[in-house]
Structures are given as C-alpha cells and as structure tokens.
Design a protein around this ligand. Structure first.
Ligand code: E4P
Length: 217
C-alpha cells in the first residue's frame, strides 16, 4: 500500500520523505490556505520533494474553466496529478485529462456509485473521504470495501486512495481491505511508528546496557 502525505507543509513533507515512507502528496484548497503560501510556488516545491504524484486541486465548477486551471497546474511539474471534484463537470474534465495522459484524482467521493462513475471516467485515483463519512454517522470503511469489490469485479485500474484519514485504525482497515493508497496527515503517519511496548522495550534494554558498562565500537 502506498502512503501519501495529506499536507502542503513542505517542512513536514521533507522530514517524512527522509523515512522513505512517502510515495506522494495530496493537497486541497484548505491545505493551501493553511500553508499560507502561493499555490504555484508551494506545489512546485512539493513536486521536488517526492517523485510520486502530487495532487493539486482545481477550484472552478464548470468543465471549461477546470480545463484551463488544469492546464496551468499541470505545467508545474511532470508529477502533478490534477484533482477534480466528483461532479458531472469534474468527471468530464477527468475523462479529457486522462485521455491526454494527465493523472487525475477524483475527490469528494462519498458513495460507491460515485466511485464507479469515476472509474468509468478513467480516473487515476478515487478519493473516498472516510473521516467525513464517520463524522456523519456513516461507516467510512464499508465504503472502501464496496469500492474495492466493485473495482475488482470489473478490473478497473483506478486506484483507491483512502482520504480524510483521522487515525491509525483507518490505515489498518484500509490495508486489510486492499486499498491502493492511504493519504494521511503527518501526525497519523508519525503515529504509525509508535507503540508503547516499543518505547518500554527500548527503555529496559538501555537500562540493562548501562549496567554492563560496555560501549559498541
Ligand atoms: C485528501 O485528498 C483530502 O482532501 C483530505 O484527506 C480531506 O481530509 P479532511 O476531511 O480531514 O479535511
């Protein structure tokens, strides 16, 4: 399973990339706002921090303007993946862009039928939002299971990119189901490394090692 970082914070991306765990990055207008930076400038910098896909989102609602925005964004770097919303115009844009060889991430997916439409439109990635699903009393992971089943039934190439991840259990469940990608806020990736017994084990080993009075090297 690939790990993407869901942030426009370049310091976080660079730090996490050094762990070898970062296979790509996702951004959205809210994350660009949070970064306080210019979308073109920050996206270019992010594209230099990973060789993987970097999702940059259009903000127009109509197909024609989405295409114009995508034209601007995809010139930033070869690894830009254009993010479009799951609307009729978004999917028209998806079909046109993927037909030209541009990667497209269809975002704001909240149903398996929407995911089916995105796959038929040739999406490179579908982004079902599990956290926002859970927030509304629905089961986000059931949505991922349904999409996995449907995509496997018809051998769609579209990758399931689990989005709106809030905690490590979302990552574990995504891996069990066989999702292709999990995009996570930096804090969730950092949490994956942690276990209280790992910390306790290190503490015990270091205490015993100090008692030996030895050094390595
Ligand atoms: C990623 O592509 C999404 O934009 C993001 O995961 C949304 O997460 P949120 O629901 O925490 O805003």
């Amino acid at each position: 399973m690939k790990f993407f970082v869901d942030t426009a914070d370049t310091a976080e991306i660079a730090d996490l990339a050094a762990t070898g765990m970062v296979d790509g990055v996702t951004t959205n207008p809210s994350l660009i706002k949070k970064s306080g930076r210019d979308i073109m400038e920050v996206t270019k910098e992010i594209c230099g921090l990973t060789e993987g896909p970097v999702s940059a989102e259009v903000v127009a609602l109509d197909h024609e303007t989405m295409m114009k925005e995508a034209e601007v964004l995809r010139k930033i770097a070869d690894n830009v993946c254009i993010k479009v919303p799951l609307t009729i115009d978004g999917l028209k844009t998806c079909k046109a862009l993927t037909g030209e060889g541009t990667m497209v991430n269809v975002t704001l997916c909240f149903s398996a039928n929407q995911a089916l439409l995105a796959a038929k439109a040739g999406a490179s990635f579908i982004s079902p939002f599990v956290g926002r699903h859970d927030d509304n009393g629905l089961d986000g992971m059931t949505l991922i299971e349904d999409i996995r089943l449907i995509y496997d039934n018809y051998a769609f190439d579209t990758e399931i990119l689990v989005a709106s991840i809030r905690h490590p259990i979302h990552v574990l469940e995504s891996a069990r189901i066989g999702a292709d990608v999990a995009t996570m806020p930096p804090a969730v990736i950092r949490n994956l490394f942690k276990h209280v017994l790992t910390d306790k084990g290190i503490e015990g080993f270091l205490k015993d090692w100090a008692d030996t009075g030895q050094n390595i090297g």
